[in-house]
Write a protein that binds this ligand. Structure first.
Ligand code: 5GP
Length: 113
């Protein structure tokens, strides 16, 4: 099922794009929780981590490498940042198109939720 991210990938909805290549797009979160809050989104529609297949291993790895690149681009690589993937209802996932949050630009408290 398509999500708001599919529409953003197709340019049917606007977004602040920080990075894009053939497989991945990185956009600024519409509701940031920190000075830097960027979503790393594979263009392939994988609803949740539970739906990822062995064949997606390289793509999933690339998401981390894109996060690293974007963190450097935003000048927060040295201070550090947090990468989060919410999975399913209890994990707090609200958009069912796999994505990774890159959050930083301030000291982040340890949280489990
Ligand atoms: P989740 O809760 O699924 O892990 O994260 C979904 C994220 O997508 C939320 O942080 C939310 O603010 C963000 N989001 C939802 N709709 C939009 C949108 O239309 N544009 C952008 N840029 N971010 C969105």
């Amino acid at each position: 099922m398509e999500s708001v991210f599919t529409k953003i990938i197709r340019r049917e909805l606007p977004a602040r794009i920080e990075y894009e290549d053939e497989e991945i797009i990185a956009i600024h979160d519409i509701c940031p929780v920190a000075p830097v809050h960027i979503l790393i989104i594979p263009k392939k529609l994988i609803p949740t981590v539970n739906d990822a297949a062995d064949d997606d291993a390289v793509l999933l790895g690339k998401m981390i490498l894109v996060a690293k690149k974007v963190a450097a681009q935003k000048g927060i690589a040295e201070q550090g940042y947090r990468l989060i993937i919410n999975v399913g209802k209890d994990g707090g996932q609200t958009v069912f198109h796999l994505h990774m949050h890159l959050i930083g630009g301030k000291s982040l408290p340890f949280e489990t939720a």
